[in-house]
Design a protein around this ligand. Sequence first.
Ligand SMILES: Cc1cc2nc3c(=O)[nH]c(=O)nc-3n(C[C@H](O)[C@H](O)[C@H](O)COP(=O)(O)OP(=O)(O)OC[C@H]3O[C@@H](n4cnc5c(N)ncnc54)[C@H](O)[C@@H]3O)c2cc1C
Length: 277
Amino acid sequence: MFNATLRFDLGDDTNALRDLVHDWAQTRVRPMAQQIDADNLFPAELWSEMGALGLLGVTVPAEFGGAGMSYLAHTVAVEEIARASASVALSYGAHSNLCVNQINLNGSPAQKQAFLPKLVSGDHVGALAMSEAGAGSDVVSISLRADKRNDHYRLNGNKYWITNGPGAQTLIVYAKTDPDAGAKGITAFLIDKDMAGFSTSPHFDKLGMHGSNTAELIFDDVAVPFDNVLGAEGRGAGFLADAPVARIFRDAKLMEIGAGTSEIRRMLIGREMMGAM
Ligand SMILES: Cc1cc2nc3c(=O)[nH]c(=O)nc-3n(C[C@H](O)[C@H](O)[C@H](O)COP(=O)(O)OP(=O)(O)OC[C@H]3O[C@@H](n4cnc5c(N)ncnc54)[C@H](O)[C@@H]3O)c2cc1C
């Protein structure tokens, strides 16, 4: 097994997944990491490769094409990809966790059947759009509106900083359905990029994370059927807070920092000791 810095007994399946992802990321992704950064473009072919390896639906049951594994296993996959390229890992996490896992957790059986297989195979790319130019940490202050009509909603407004936004076919988008109801007035929608009135900006030239494509999303009177509500109306803000995966995914970032710090410290201490000899 690959010698991870922190050695926990994660079980045979998760250890095997770590080996698989480590080998793929080190032989395939690491050699292209510098070029990805220079080109500021995610290599589209990696989606189908990750799909073939079973990495896009780690937490999704086999009936929808997934691996049916734990959040811990998913976190290990993110960690090993990030070891090779942080920007590939960011795009991978947005797709496999924020989008795919969210549909798996909160989607109806029909929604799962309609959306998950293509996302898990890598035929479609996924994104999740919550943030806006004026609403980051304070997500309850989003202003994208979803107004109810007879048999559909109309979405108007913008989202900002959306990972995979430029190419995603399936996007989970949070909108205000009841502006006076605070966190209870937010609803999540499943958006297809081909819906009329939906468009994206070109991908941003960010300071870092080059190659993890990020964009603004623009909703100009987009008609969204009732069937595309993810979960129930007014449950949007609850999804991220309720789901343990959000906490685990955030906290895993700290683990990455901790593991990296530990590696660097060992290197620096080692250098000091060698220099003193
Ligand atoms: C590369 C990248 C990819 C992203 N991808 C996505 C995506 O796929 N989908 C999506 O929805 N969003 C995405 N975002 C947006 C991201 O979620 C927001 O940047 C984040 O929520 C922070 O919001 P903000 O940038 O407006 O910063 P702010 O909310 O303005 O925060 C700025 C700083 O102030 C601190 N702060 C804020 N409020 C408080 C407070 N009350 N008390 C103390 N400190 C506070 C924050 O911790 C932070 O350090 C992405 C951002 C980046 C940079």
